[in-house]
Ligand binder design. Structure first.
Ligand code: HEM
Length: 136
């Protein structure tokens, strides 16, 4: 993803404010999806941070073939950990919502639209990797 993309820009502006956003993202994720929390009890902060780095990388990825490969890999490896198709979308929304709160008045309609489009697209891709695809 180019450094001028709305997703990248919103992440960069939030990062400029300092502080670690990942704990907020996980707190929002677990509040919205309580069944996800026990699946991650064994993951320490470093492991959770490595996972979130990968989630952000995927969200920003512009390489379509690389994206398909990564979605296939993560969907299949996570199915083995009990992760449902719906949880991916909830996690992406938790990232978007955390950024929206963090940026406050600096959050724009362009960021909102770009995040919604990307979340819908990736959620659909993950749904397609599950045996019984569900509506995103
Ligand atoms: C695009 C979305 C996601 C990506 C790219 C991703 C990526 C990763 C990565 C890279 C790891 C390994 C971390 C490490 O040890 O270095 C991991 C582990 C894990 N992730 Fe995710 N993750 C995603 C979504 C989710 C969701 C929605 C859940 C729901 C609870 C989840 C649950 C887990 C669990 C339980 C593990 C630990 C698996 C184990 O014990 O081996 N992940 N994830």
């Amino acid at each position: 993803m180019t450094t001028s993309s709305p997703l990248y820009e919103s992440l960069e502006r939030a990062a400029e404010q300092g502080g670690d956003l990942y704990p907020q993202v996980y707190a929002r994720f677990f509040a919205a999806c309580p069944s996800a929390e026990p699946l991650m009890w064994h993951m320490d902060p470093l492991m959770r941070a490595r996972m979130m780095d990968e989630v952000i990388n995927l969200l920003l990825l512009e390489d379509t073939e690389g994206e398909i490969t990564l979605v296939e890999f993560e969907a299949h490896s996570h199915q083995g950990s009990g992760v449902s198709a719906e949880m991916f979308k909830v996690l992406f929304e938790a990232i978007r919502d955390t950024l929206r709160v963090c940026l406050g008045a600096d959050w724009t309609g362009g960021y909102e639209a770009a995040w919604q489009a990307r979340i819908d697209q990736l959620a659909c891709a993950f749904n397609g990797q599950y045996p019984e695809p569900k509506v995103a």
